[in-house]
Unconditional design. Structure first.
Length: 212
């Protein structure tokens, strides 16, 4: 994996756009086109098959020298166990040939018992309340093994608890534009792509992770 570039405060703005703006706007939008809905349904079926073939508690998962490399695929997190020790540093490797992906990790309140499957179905106002604070970390990477960018934190999860992971990149978004935004977030968010579909978590790119 290529070396990570940890970003400064400007990268937090990028993370805010991805984890709040794109996530909440797309999730709460009831006016998505029929084509987008059809695409989401088809891809969800495909991602379900992928998840069944590669369960989260795969015995091959390893934390090496305190680092867990999570593979970003269309549309799932692979090589992800059910739990990791506190202090584990996440890293990402994007093996998709077309899609830009991210890993956003939010620590859930101690009294929150719903799974990521249930959380992504919540209405926009409930999601906004639940994810009101900054994420624990945001890691981004372009397709074909693109260089990892640490937009928030460096991937280290220090606080024990239960986390939800998800990718809010719109389906079909231009990787080149997202790469440019990661390089210069102060230029503002990328222009809305009318051809882009719903965020990747709609297709199943979300997961639960316990930090012990």
């Amino acid at each position: 994996m290529k070396k990570s570039r940890t970003r400064t405060a400007g990268r937090v703005a990028l993370a805010t756009v991805l984890s709040a703006g794109l996530l909440l706007t797309a999730c709460g939008d009831d006016d998505d086109s029929t084509a987008s809905d059809d695409t989401a349904a088809e891809t969800t079926e495909e991602s379900t098959e992928t998840t069944e073939e590669a369960p989260l508690d795969d015995a091959t998962t390893e934390v090496e020298d305190g680092v867990l490399t999570v593979e970003l695929v269309d549309y799932a997190f692979e090589n992800l166990p059910e739990s990791v020790p506190a202090g584990t540093q996440l890293a990402v490797e994007n093996t998709s040939t077309e899609e830009f992906h991210e890993l956003i990790a939010f620590r859930l309140p101690d009294d929150e018992e719903r799974t990521s499957d249930e959380l992504v179905e919540l209405p926009e106002d409930e999601l906004m309340a639940l994810f009101a604070g900054p994420p624990a970390t945001v890691l981004l990477a372009g397709p074909d093994g693109g260089e990892q960018t640490a937009a928030v934190g460096d991937g280290t999860l220090t606080e024990p608890g239960r986390y939800v992971l998800f990718c809010s990149i719109p389906t079909g978004a231009d990787p080149a534009e997202l790469e440019a935004q990661a390089a210069d977030p102060e230029a503002g968010p990328p222009a809305e792509d009318p051809d882009a579909g719903p965020p990747h978590f709609v297709h199943g790119m979300h997961a639960d992770l316990v930090v012990e």
